[in-house]
Design a protein around this ligand. Structure first.
Ligand code: C2E
Ligand code: MG
Ligand code: MG
Length: 758
């Protein structure tokens, strides 16, 4: 049997003193009753200290030996080192110490403890008071209360009362109060008397016993410690008082112990011990609050980590969000740019209306949509747009075009387009009556700063011949050209308004043959001072199978009017570039000028075409020049200027052709990136005979030079004219006086004879 001994000298605080017990420390009976009723595990101390003799009992020994259970926490237990611990142990130490003696402790299997006391092996044992035990022992005043309860397996059989235990096997601690009670209470209960509470619980857990009847708070504590699936299945039963039992034959010892116990209540020793063990004695299964309290030291770091994680996740989220927004924005920009490009490819910039190509597509779509219905197409020309631009400026001109375009758009035509040069086109399946159309569209256009009366020419065609979209539009434009020529507002297309039946035949042939029969003729441009070739103009000729060699004056205007001259331009640029390469390779470099129409620039990618051609033939851009008439420049100044700027950047120089036949505003033309003007032959031809013409040409030359432009004079037919041109400072002269336009092969010889300047 293990025996642990604890001995210490009492401190001054522990020495017996008479001390008033504070009221709050006294546990009134009502509190105890309430506690019992609630089934609490804890009985606050409830000393009922009777009056005793005034003489202080003494004990003539140096120590006193207490016995108790080896496993009855938190009251008493034995550690693995053999040390006795617990509330009772500390109380026993306190009682001994206050009398100046030593308490010794002997922890054993509980059922042996009462025997040990019976046999005088130990001096005192704390235990529940029972009638049975009173017969054997003498008890001090109670100093604690404990209840019992029935315990069973979770989800196992239930027993709310001791009577329910009949027929069941019930585990109890051997020689315990519960064992005594069961023995008397239910005959049919098979009780297993086991070593201690832990053993009894294990018996229930492993099914050896159905229930256990045990003292509550030690049991609850052990269930939690041992992590058993066992529950208290009954309300608390048998509240019992705890007291020290002493052998009946030891009255002196009894009196001494009773006295020490009373004294400990009086001097506060008992309460100090109780306070030391209060947490253990009042223990119950930790709830959420206790759990939080227990781990509160963890709360701050966990919250910090959570905060950091949330912050990090928030930042990540923000970054992802902002990156997503950036990407979405980039995609949106890209999509918008693509849409703008796609729109720009199909729409005219100033008016925002579909361009010629897009309008033709719309026509094809409309015709296919309602094949049974006749489609009417009208070309509407805003006459005098060039004058508006020259007089009021480009911005006003564009505003007029835009305003007029949106007016057309708002009339609900099924298709509206802008063909350039102040010419619009509309299409509808409804018949367009001249009166109606003229009435609705010929109303003043309200611009930002002024009101303008549009002067219109309208050409209309009905699709009766199942024409292609291109042919329909051509007919409408032919009608509008006829209307404008005859200064009429309205012209319906009739075959006989075609300018010349031969033109129609030419158009037909052009559709069939394209540029196949065409030839590029060259006319030299001469430096009047040195007489050397400084360039050449490429002039197209059509070697027609039936009509022979046709001058461009015969077919170019027809093709321009029909808006189909671009194929000639493309072909001529290609020819000119090839010839320039040939001359350069022969050691006689000679820049060649090609004539381009306004519609080429407005409706086609001339810049791209020129670059591609130069690249294809590996020819420097300075070997190609382009000529465009004044009228061509100012119909759509902004767009033409833009295209010329691109050409300039490429290195291709441009000149203003037929200067003097249009608006002849040099200050206006100088806004365009052109490097030369070509004075029209009608002026040149007259300079020798008319001093007025001479002074006009001289002034033009001087002004051009002031603006940094070269001057080429066209149509010089005699030496005198050349001499005059030289004297007024013309940079180059072109005319029959030197050579008529000639086939490329001939020009080669000409060049050989008149050394060109690179
Ligand atoms: P242009 O660009 O003003 O060309 C000059 C025209 O004047 C040429 O007529 C030329 O033969 C003619 N010419 C040159 N020197 C004299 C002269 O001393 N006296 C007279 N009376 N005439 C002279 P061509 O070759 O008949 O061309 C006529 C017009 O056709 C050209 O006028 C030009 O506007 C146009 N053209 C010619 N080739 C092309 C071309 O490839 N594309 C385009 N779009 N138009 C072209
Ligand atoms: Mg020309
Ligand atoms: Mg000319």
């Amino acid at each position: 049997m293990n025996q642990s001994t604890r001995a210490r000298q009492p401190t001054s605080a522990e020495r017996p003193t008479v001390k008033r017990i504070p009221l709050s420390r006294q546990a009134p009976r009502a509190v105890v009753a309430l506690w019992l009723f609630l089934g609490g595990a804890l009985a606050p101390p409830a000393p009922a200290i009777p009056a005793t003799s005034t003489a202080t009992p003494s004990l003539d020994r140096a120590s006193i030996l207490f016995a108790g259970s080896r496993n009855y926490p938190p009251f008493e237990w034995e550690t693995t080192d053999g040390e006795a611990k617990g509330f009772l142990i500390e109380l026993e130490d306190t009682l001994a110490a206050q009398a100046g003696i030593t308490a010794r402790h002997q922890q054993m299997e509980w059922r042996l403890a009462p025997y040990a006391l019976d046999h005088g092996e130990v001096d005192a044992v704390p235990m529940f008071i029972s009638e049975e035990r009173r017969k054997r022992f003498r008890f001090t005043d109670p100093f604690y209360y404990v209840t019992h309860a029935i315990y069973g397996r979770r989800n196992g059989p239930t027993a709310g009362d001791v009577a329910d235990l009949a027929g069941h096997s019930v585990a109890v601690v051997g020689n315990s109060y519960a064992a005594e009670q069961l023995r008397g209470a239910a005959q049919t209960v098979q009780h297993l008397e086991l070593e201690d509470i832990a053993t009894a619980l294990r018996a229930v857990d492993n099914g050896r016993a159905d229930f256990a009847v045990l003292a509550t708070h030690t049991t609850r504590r052990l269930i939690a410690d041992m992590d058993l699936a066992i529950d208290q299945v009954s309300p608390p039963i048998w509240p019992r008082a705890y007291a020290f039992a002493v052998d009946k034959d030891e009255p002196e010892l009894f009196r001494w112990l009773q006295h020490q116990l009373q004294l400990s209540h009086a001097n506060g020793g008992y309460y100090r011990v109780y306070e030391n063990w209060r947490k253990e004695l009042e223990w119950h299964r930790p709830g959420i609050i206790e759990f939080i309290a227990k781990y509160s030291w963890l709360v701050a770091p966990i919250l910090t980590v959570l905060l950091l994680v949330s912050l990090w996740s928030w930042l990540l989220h923000r970054r992802v969000e902002s990156r997503t927004a950036d990407l979405t924005q980039a995609l949106d920009h890209r999509r918008e740019a693509e849409e703008r490009l796609a729109h720009a490819a199909l729409h005219d910039t100033p008016t925002g209306l579909p361009n010629r190509a897009h309008f033709l597509e719309e026509l094809t779509r409309l015709a296919a949509k309602h094949p049974a219905h006749e489609l009417t197409v009208a070309a509407i020309r805003l006459n005098g747009i060039e004058e508006v631009i020259l007089t009021f400026g480009n911005a006003v001109g564009m505003e007029l075009l835009r305003a007029f375009g949106s007016r057309l758009y708002s009339y609900g035509f099924e298709a509206v387009g802008y063909l350039g040069s102040g010419e619009f086109s509309v299409a509808s399946h409804r018949p367009l009556s001249p009166e109606h159309l003229i009435r609705v569209i010929t109303v003043p256009v309200q611009l930002e700063q002024m009101e303008m009366d549009p002067r219109l020419s309208i050409g209309v065609v009905r699709d009766q011949a199942n024409d292609s979209s291109e042919e329909l539009l051509r007919k409408a434009r032919t009608a509008v050209a006829a209307a404008a020529e005859n200064r009429r507002t309205w012209q319906t297309y009739e075959p006989d308004i075609e300018p010349n039946p031969r033109d129609l035949l030419l158009l037909r042939d052009y559709w069939h043959r394209g540029t196949r029969d065409m030839e590029a003729y060259l006319q030299p441009q001469i430096d009047p001072v040195s007489g050397r070739v400084i360039g050449a103009e490429a002039l197209v000729r059509w070697r027609h199978p039936e009509h022979g060699l046709l001058s461009p004056g015969v077919f170019i205007p027809v093709l321009e009017k029909s808006g189909i001259v671009y194929r000639v331009t493309e072909w001529m640029v290609d020819q000119a570039v090839q010839l320039a390469r040939q001359y350069r390779q022969a050691g006689r470099p000679c820049p060649i000028s090609v004539n381009i129409a306004a519609s080429d620039i407005l409706e086609h990618d001339v810049v791209g075409m020129v670059r591609a051609t130069l690249a294809r033939h590996q020819v420097p851009a300075s070997d190609l020049r382009l000529e465009m008439t004044e009228t061509g420049l100012i119909t759509e100044p902004a767009r033409v200027r833009g295209a010329l700027e691109h050409l300039c950047k490429t290195g291709v120089e441009c000149s203003v052709d037929d200067f003097g036949t249009g608006y002849s505003s040099l200050s206006y033309l100088s806004d365009f990136p052109v490097s030369a003007i070509k004075i029209d032959r009608r002026f040149v031809a007259g300079i020798t005979g008319s001093s007025r013409l001479l002074s006009i040409v001289r002034t033009a030359v001087e002004l051009a030079h002031e603006l940094g432009l070269h001057v080429v004079a066209e149509g010089a037919e005699d030496g005198e004219t050349v001499e005059t041109l030289r004297s007024i400072g013309c940079d180059a002269v072109q005319g029959f006086v030197y050579a008529t336009p000639m086939p490329a092969a001939e020009f080669d010889h000409y060049l050989l004879q008149h050394a060109a300047v690179g």
